[in-house]
Write a new protein. Structure first.
Ligand code: IMP
Ligand code: MG
Length: 179
């Protein structure tokens, strides 16, 4: 895998420090509240697994899997739920944990969907965001790193389902995408 890497954008130490900082902020902000952290599969798993261990509160966790229609051609903002939450969220404070916000369409749909279920609040925690490609206005409550408009892999993020297990965020060599 390493030979496919062009550049490491964020290394393991930077990730660890940022996740710790976010965990401390979330701990302070949700003190005394019933927090449900919802990981968006699959990309969010690594971030989620590390983040929950930096939160010193009696949280609950759950998972959702979504796929956006026509992602490769035109992102319509219509999202299909492949796996839904196991429990109701009425009255709970929901924090969505996502790997990356690109156009923002997936997250906008998710936030509206979860708000409609009468959650007490719905906020967003994303490891990465790429503002260059944002298509809609979306309020990001917690963000790890703002990155340039490059396709990245690692720490949960994939290219064709590979590279999720790299312990850092990296850009692949151009020939990897063309082969
Ligand atoms: P969007 O914000 O609706 O455009 O979609 C975000 C989703 O697209 C993320 O959850 C990722 O699954 C995927 N994605 C966007 N940019 C990247 C990237 O640079 N690497 C890997 N996946 C990406
Ligand atoms: Mg994703």
């Amino acid at each position: 895998m390493e030979r496919d890497i062009q550049e490491i954008l964020i290394d393991a130490n930077q990730l660890k420090a940022k996740v710790k900082e976010l965990g401390q902020r979330i701990t302070a902000d949700y003190k005394g509240k019933n927090l449900l952290m919802v990981c968006v599969l699959k990309g969010g798993i690594t971030f989620m697994a590390d983040l929950i261990r930096e939160i010193n509160l009696p949280i609950e966790i759950d998972f959702m899997a979504v796929s956006s229609y026509g992602a490769s051609t035109h992102s319509s903002g219509v999202v299909r739920i492949l796996k839904d939450l196991e429990t109701g969220i009425e009255g709970k404070h929901v924090l969505i944990v996502e790997d990356i916000i690109d156009t923002g369409l997936t997250l906008k749909y998710l936030v509206e969907n979860l708000k409609a279920r009468k959650a007490a609040s719905v906020k967003i925690c994303t490891l990465l965001e790429k503002p260059a490609r944002r298509r809609i206005d979306i309020n990001i409550d917690y963000c790890g790193f703002t990155i340039p408009d490059k396709f990245v892999v690692g720490y949960g993020l994939d290219y064709n389902e590979k590279y999720r297990n790299l312990p850092y965020i990296a850009v692949l060599k151009p020939e990897v995408y063309s082969s």
